[in-house]
Design a protein around this ligand. Structure first.
Ligand code: E4P
Length: 217
């Protein structure tokens, strides 16, 4: 399973990249707004800065909702850097645009996916990635990882090439369960990635080894 980081924060992206486990980045308008980035020029420069840190797919989301607007925006985003993947919402115009981008060699990430039916449409249109939002599903008292399992099964049965990108990750257990369910990619906040490191027996064991090592000097 590939690890993407779900943030537009350059320090966090660098920190995950420095661990040597980072395969890509996802952003969305809310994450960009959180970093205080304003205006087209600043947005473009920020995506470029992210692409210069991480040698892997970097999802940049369109904010248009009509076909022509999505295509125009996506073409501009795709020109920023070869790592850019155009993130398109799961709406009728979005599906039409994903098909157009696919036919024109531009990679896409179909976002805001909450059902297997939506995931089938995204794959039919040729999306490079499909992003089911598992944390937001959990927030509505359904099990988000069940949806990952269902989409993985469908894609395997049908031979769809679209990669299942588990999004809206809230904790390290989500990452573990997505790996178990066969997700191709998990996009996570840095806190969830770092949470994978934690085990009290590791801390106790390391303290003991370091204490005993003093007698070796
Ligand atoms: C990433 O592609 C999604 O936009 C993101 O994971 C959504 O996460 P959230 O539900 O925590 O906002």
């Amino acid at each position: 399973m590939k690890f993407f980081i779900d943030t537009a924060n350059l320090d966090q992206i660098k920190e995950a990249h420095d661990m040597g486990i980072l395969d890509g980045v996802t952003t969305n308008p809310s994450l960009m707004a959180k970093e205080g980035i304003k205006g087209e020029e600043a947005i473009m420069a920020h995506y470029k800065a992210i692409c210069e840190i991480v040698d892997g797919p970097v999802s940049a989301e369109v904010i248009s909702t009509d076909f022509d607007g999505i295509i125009a925006e996506g073409q501009i985003l795709a020109k920023i850097h070869e790592n850019i993947v155009v993130k398109v919402p799961m709406i009728k115009e979005g599906i039409k645009a994903i098909k157009w981008f696919t036919d024109n060699g531009i990679r896409t990430n179909c976002t805001l996916v909450f059902s297997a039916g939506q995931a089938i449409l995204a794959a039919k249109a040729g999306a490079t990635f499909v992003s089911p939002f598992i944390g937001r599903i959990d927030d509505s008292s359904w099990d988000g990882v069940d949806l990952i399992e269902q989409i993985v099964d469908i894609y395997n049965a049908q031979g769809f090439m679209t990669e299942v990108l588990a999004a809206s990750i809230r904790n390290p257990l989500h990452i573990v369960r997505c790996a178990e369910a066969g997700a191709d990619v998990c996009t996570c906040p840095l806190s969830s990635i770092l949470g994978l490191l934690n085990h009290p027996l590791t801390d106790i064991g390391l303290a003991k080894f370091l204490e005993d090592a003093k007698s070796l000097k």
